[in-house]
Write a protein that binds this ligand. Structure first.
Ligand SMILES: Nc1ncnc2c1ncn2[C@@H]1O[C@H](COP(=O)(O)OP(=O)(O)OP(=O)(O)O)[C@@H](O)[C@H]1O
Length: 697
């Protein structure tokens, strides 16, 4: 998105669908006012949720079936109530634990604190959570544990049968992240060895029949102890009817050309015409969100009448924990909070004040092409399932409205029912290493809920072999393979860290690893590109972005982590705080696996070598005589260009490696560093053969 907001641009025309009953108009709970709801005791609030009527049925089905699939509207009480029902029924007795997985960290923390509050306990005791880099559970006390599906997979490395858990609830299973799919396949396997383990698969928008078919098709189970109660293997499906509160859906009459601008004008329109109540806007990523925040802030400055009383908060994964948590703070009386978010707020979250949702209809999605071996992050239309989840962030504690920035005709006829599972559109390097670490050797024969493309699997194995992570028999190597699997980051980054240990630059490389986990450390500067470019020049290193990050990081520390320093230098203060947070966590992990922290001072050459040791598969060379700065990937001969945000844009060194590719009008490499091509042969002799590199040097 690069269009500019013009104050006074025509506001979108919204089609009010109050009577149509398109979606979300049925309500099994009377739409009581928010204040009435707010004063009810916790127990009363729990009993008012639609899922409460199904308490006995749920407990019966879980008792009698190995797997229960529960489908119920957003906000009906699945996530917060079912684990409590299970605990009340004794599933956490005798040292056993009830687990509930979520695709996202933010949701894990939020639901854990809600459930702890409802139970009147402290988070970290009876109710705990674990997310990457953070474990707030107590071995002796925790009965209900919320965790990301990725973390549960990691737990399997130490306890392959997950023996601690009596019931595992895989929540928001419609998301079909890679981790969810691996988890479903493995849990099905575990059930054959542990028939007493119960699974609950839940979501508001899951295709229950196909999920049931997946769990139904199984090989004959190995012998059970005589006399044991055997739950039925055929999955049970339960549909929880009813939803919390009414959500009116509004569509635009005509397709919009600029969803950022339209989202901003919709927020102002709501603020102008609608009663108080917070607004949650779904955009696609940090760049869109920063732009929308900037538009709204400018509007507040130039046109106070339109926007007084607005508190504008961005929400994306690149923000520090403290900044993300601002969205949960109560809105001061007479004010209106506007949370502008990526899809990290799409599932499971209840933000109490939210009355209005604005849905752009887009999200950033990964698409991998095994032929070109390039994974792109593309702004793509969401599915109906996502749209329903987004609308479902309203109507949870009071009636709400959802403004969809697409037409009703588009929603009905063109939007796909569900997204493509991530496993079918991603680079599988991380996935393969995870399965290998869990001892799954025959990856192609693994029981997937949706099979990944075999070409992508083969590509992933090739890269892992060249990284020295798997051996000739495709087994994890020792120690490299096991160490790489131990670090919870992309294997290429993990390998870069391991190499830095040998090269004596681990301090610098973990800083780079932390910064690479953030979308951008620069402030998006619409209208101030020249100033941003000048600011970048102050830090720019001729070697490329990775070394530039080190300069920015050093400057930030020297400034005493000052927000003023960031502002002056067009550096994103939130991103820098997040980088420091991530770096600290990473430091602890790498030290645990025996990496010695050592700085190379200003020997940039070793830093570049370490980056190459991780990212050699992303090597590119400048096309000779290219006027336009066209590069070709060494492996797939794909046309790529240096992204304008890179310090190497227009510098165009002959040889580079990149961290990721984004597609807009062209395929652009982000985070680029110049290399010496001879290093490719040094670090990955199998991957690159001499004759390929020599002619173009
Ligand atoms: N933090 C909170 N503050 C106030 N009410 C809350 C909070 N969390 C949950 N609730 C109430 O509990 C209800 C059920 O929430 P829960 O997350 O269990 O629903 P769900 O069925 O899992 O929804 P989803 O499918 O959207 O995750 C909400 O609709 C809301 O009324």
């Amino acid at each position: 998105m690069s269009q500019f907001w013009k104050p006074g641009a025509e506001k979108p025309r919204l089609l009010d669908d109050e009577e149509g009953g398109v979606v979300f108009l049925s309500s099994s709970i009377s739409s009581s006012s928010s204040s009435g709801y707010g004063y009810a005791s916790v127990e009363k609030q729990r009993q008012r949720l639609p899922v409460y009527k199904y308490r006995t049925a749920i407990l019966y089905l879980v008792e009698t079936h190995a797997t229960t699939i529960i489908v119920g509207e957003t906000g009906s009480g699945k996530t917060t109530q079912i684990p409590q029902y299970l605990k009340e029924a004794g599933w956490a007795d005798g040292g056993r634990v009830i687990a509930c997985t979520q695709p996202r960290r933010l949701a894990v923390q939020a639901v854990a604190s809600r459930v702890a509050e409802e139970m009147g306990v402290k988070v970290g005791e009876e109710v705990g959570y674990t997310i990457r880099f953070e474990d707030l559970t107590n071995k002796d006390l925790t009965l209900i544990k919320f965790l990301t599906d990725g973390v549960l997979l990691r737990e399997m490395m130490d306890d392959p049968l997950l023996t601690n858990y009596s019931v595992i609830m895989v929540d928001e299973a419609h998301e079909r992240s890679i981790s969810t799919d691996i988890l479903l396949g493995l849990l099905k396997k575990i059930q054959r060895r542990r028939p007493e383990l119960r699974l609950i698969i839940s979501s508001a928008t899951i295709e229950a029949k196909s999920m049931s078919a997946f769990f139904q098709a199984r090989k004959v189970r190995r012998g059970l102890e005589g006399g044991d109660f055997v739950p039925r293997l055929e999955p049970a499906i339960l549909s929880v009817e009813g939803r919390g509160f009414n959500v009116q859906i509004h569509y635009v009459e005509e397709p919009v050309s600029d969803y950022v601008q339209t989202a901003v004008s919709t927020v102002l329109l709501i603020h102008d015409k609608e009663p108080l109540g917070d607004i949650l806007v779904f955009l696609t990523g940090q760049d869109d969100i920063d732009a929308a925040v900037q538009f709204l802030t400018e509007e507040a400055r130039t046109n106070r009448k339109n926007s007084s009383g607005l508190i504008i908060l961005p929400l994306y994964s690149g923000l520090s924990r403290a900044e993300q948590e601002l969205i949960f703070s109560p809105t001061p009386r007479g004010k209106r909070k506007v949370v502008i978010s990526t899809n990290i707020a799409e599932t499971s979250l209840t933000l109490e004040g939210i009355v209005y949702v604005v849905d752009s209809g887009f999200s950033k999605q990964r698409f991998y092409n095994p032929i070109s071996d390039i994974e792109n992050l593309i702004v793509a239309p969401i599915s109906k399932a996502s749209a329903r989840q987004r609308a479902g962030r309203a109507g949870r504690v009071r009636p709400g409205k959802c403004y969809r920035l697409y037409t009703e005709e588009y929603f009905i006829n063109e939007m796909s029912a569900e997204g493509i599972p991530e496993i079918q559109r991603s680079n599988l390097v991380s996935c393969v290493i995870q399965l290998k670490a869990l001892g799954i050797d025959n990856i192609l024969g693994f029981d997937w809920p949706a099979s990944p493309p075999p070409e992508a699997m083969i590509r992933a194995l090739e890269v892992l072999y060249s990284l020295g992570v798997v051996d000739d028999d495709a087994k994890l190597t020792s120690p490299t393979g096991f160490q790489v699997a131990e670090i919870p980051l992309e294997p290429m980054i993990s390998k870069m860290i391991l190499s830095s240990n040998e090269l004596g630059c681990s301090e610098e490389i973990i800083t780079i690893a932390a910064v690479l986990s953030i979308q951008s450390i620069w402030i998006s500067a619409r209208g101030a590109q020249k100033e941003l470019d000048e600011a970048k020049l102050r830090f720019a290193a001729a070697e490329g972005d990775h070394v530039t990050f080190l300069n920015v990081y050093k400057g930030f520390l020297q400034s005493g982590k000052s927000s003023r320093w960031c502002h002056k230098n067009f550096v994103n203060y939130h991103a820098m705080k997040k980088a420091i947070e991530t770096r600290d966590q990473l430091k602890r992990i790498v030290q645990r696996i025996g990496i010695v922290l050592k700085s190379c001072d200003s020997d940039v050459q070793v830093v570049r070598k370490a980056v190459t040791a991780g990212f050699f598969a992303n090597a590119c060379h400048l096309e000779p005589y290219s006027q336009s700065g066209m590069y070709k990937t060494v492996r797939g001969s794909q046309e790529v260009y240096i992204h304008p945000s890179s310090v190497l844009f227009r510098v165009n060194p002959k040889w580079v490696v990149y961290h990721s590719v984004v597609s807009t009008d062209r395929q652009y490499m982000r985070n680029v560093i110049s290399i010496d091509p001879s290093w490719l042969l040094e670090v990955a002799p199998h991957f690159y053969q001499h004759q390929r590199l020599n002619p173009i040097q």
